[in-house]
Design a binder for this molecule. Structure first.
Ligand code: FAD
Ligand code: NAD
Length: 465
């Protein structure tokens, strides 16, 4: 097969890689992207999008079940709701199919050449791709490693049979009667709550003494309350030992030394993801590592000239929007523009019930950074829109410098607050002060009024509490 030469070669077409390639193509950079699975990577195929589709379906179903049981203050009645999970999954696959086709179309429109197959470095400028029709050698001036991440496997619970990863959970066609979830992080809680709403009896086993350890306890408290209302048992400080001899139950030792047998039809292991740093010829290169991740600088350059790395393979937070922002920046750098990582914050959203959003510093983080802070917190119980949505749980919290009122962080927990992340991110990125937020007219009735009220509260003059 004829060798390809190009200015930019991107390995991996997840959100990091495909955004990098599209932007490079738009800038006239001669670009090739290699993907061994489907365009869109983890995010579009087995991550963000499919999980949010399932969460939405589970929410709708759960609400309908509550209506059928007469638990509906609005007076809506329903009868005998049922869910056909195979159809739910087909609907979800339709969405991911449209999105991945869209990514291929955007790459083509930007003039990017797509090569399908596994890429392996031969040296710092040459990659060999195993394609269906033989080996394709590609030589490039610049190479971007965007190989992403994969689920962490526990030695005591290897994937296979009833032990599944998020990928397995997102392709189930029957709702498991009893689901054990190991790990109360992002995926364990997002999917654990979804399956509880679909009708599974869910037990979550977490090694630490709290759920969602990434977020502060005040933010996670409404989620803990909801888990309890949904009948989800959460075992904190608990160590999993493996499956019972018959494979019927998950064995675990609780914080007080009690042996637990958790009967389970499926065991979903969600104890984190690991960067994909093997399987693409790293041994042929001299790349410095930062722990288990590839080491990069503020321009996503690795320790080898001409080789950049972006996305999950480069470290925390392993989030799609961080990967995309890095991809866009690297494309511009390769095209000759002066760019470097200058973001003030990377928003984090957890699509639990209720949702959690955090941008910038929490009160503890701001104090730990030596700041004297002003904090304003506004509850959704005092927000008209939240009442009309029957979703009064939660609050918006603004953290600002006490001296000049510069906003350092904004957090919220509540139904649908993921969409508030746009306003929160913009405020932190633009260097807003409390007065800017309090002085902006927020449309009524919306949950976003809680944002302005939280800023006013920090200034000492909230109007509605
Ligand atoms: P990936 O998306 O992992 O893509 C890497 C690509 O590289 C893959 O397609 C892979 O096939 C390809 N590849 C690897 N090696 C080679 C090779 N040698 N040759 C060719 N191709 C190769 N993040 C959010 O921000 N919001 C969410 O709501 C969210 N939900 C998630 C839900 C789940 C269940 C999971 C698992 C993850 C979720 N994430 C979420 C995380 C998000 O999916 C990742 O942060 C994001 O996909 C990382 O993008 P990436 O481009 O670095 O890598
Ligand atoms: P996570 O890091 O969010 O949570 C893992 C949890 O497992 C932690 O609470 C940890 O204490 C626990 N744990 C670790 N070892 C354990 C053990 N042996 N027994 C019991 N508990 C154990 O990881 P995840 O949920 O697998 O998600 C992986 C990554 O994917 C996230 O860190 C995030 O970057 C990304 N993600 C993001 C979103 C989102 O943005 N909404 C959604 C899903 C996934």
């Amino acid at each position: 097969m004829k060798e390809i030469t190009c200015k930019l070669l991107v390995i991996g077409a997840g959100p990091g890689g495909y955004v990098c390639a599209i932007r490079a193509g738009q800038l006239g950079v001669d670009t090739v992207i290699v993907e061994m699975a489907k365009p869109g990577g983890t995010c579009l195929n087995i991550g963000c999008i499919p999980s949010k589709a399932l969460i939405h379906a589970a929410d709708d179903f759960h609400r309908t079940v509550a209506m059928a049981a007469g638990r509906n203050a609005m007076g809506i009645r329903a009868e005998s709701p049922a869910i056909d999970l195979a159809r739910t999954m087909a609907w979800k696959d339709g969405i991911t199919g449209r999105l991945t086709m869209g990514v291929s179309g955007l790459l083509k429109k930007a003039g990017v050449k797509i090569v399908v197959g596994r890429a392996t470095f031969r040296d710092g400028k040459t990659v060999a791709v195993e394609t269906e029709t033989g080996e394709q050698v590609i030589r490039a001036e610049n190479i971007v490693i965007a190989t992403g991440s994969a689920p962490v496997e526990l030695p005591a619970l290897p994937f296979g049979g009833k032990v599944i990863s998020s990928t397995g959970a997102l392709s189930l066609t029957d709702v498991p009667q009893r689901l054990a979830v190991v790990g109360a992080g992002y995926i364990g809680l997002e999917l654990g709550i979804a399956f509880a709403k679909l009708g599974s009896k869910v037990t979550i086993v977490e090694a630490l003494d709290r759920i969602l350890p990434l977020y502060d306890a005040q933010l996670t408290q409404p989620v803990a309350k909801r888990l309890s209302a949904l009948g989800v048992e959460v075992l904190l400080g608990t160590r999993v030992e493996g499956l019972s001899a018959t494979g019927e139950a998950l064995l675990a030792e609780t914080a007080d030394g009690e042996e637990r047998r958790i009967a389970a039809d499926k065991v979903l292991v969600t104890v984190g993801r690991r960067p994909v740093t093997e399987g693409w010829g790293r041994e042929e290169l001299e790349l410095d590592m930062d722990g288990r991740f590839l080491k990069i600088d503020e321009q996503c350059r690795t320790s080898m000239r001409g080789i950049h790395a972006i996305g999950d393979v480069t470290g925390e937070p392993m989030l799609a929007h961080r990967a995309m922002a890095q991809g866009e920046m690297v494309a511009e750098i390769v095209s000759g523009k002066r760019r470097s990582w200058d973001k003030r914050a990377i928003p984090a959203v957890c699509f639990t019930d209720p949702e959690i959003v955090s941008v910038g510093l929490s009160p503890e983080e701001a104090r730990a950074a030596g700041r004297e802070v002003k904090i304003g917190q506004f509850p959704f119980t005092a927000n008209g829109r939240a009442m009309t949505l029957s979703s009064e749980e939660g609050f918006v919290r603004v953290v600002a410098r006490a001296d000049n009122h510069l906003v350092l962080g904004i957090q919220a927990v509540g139904a649908g607050v993921s969409e508030l992340s746009a306003a929160f991110s913009l405020a932190v990125e633009m260097g807003a002060r409390l007065e800017d937020i309090a002085g902006t007219i927020h449309a009524h009735p919306t949950q976003s009024e809680g944002f302005a009220e939280a800023a006013m509260k920090a200034l000492g003059h909230a109007l509605h509490v």
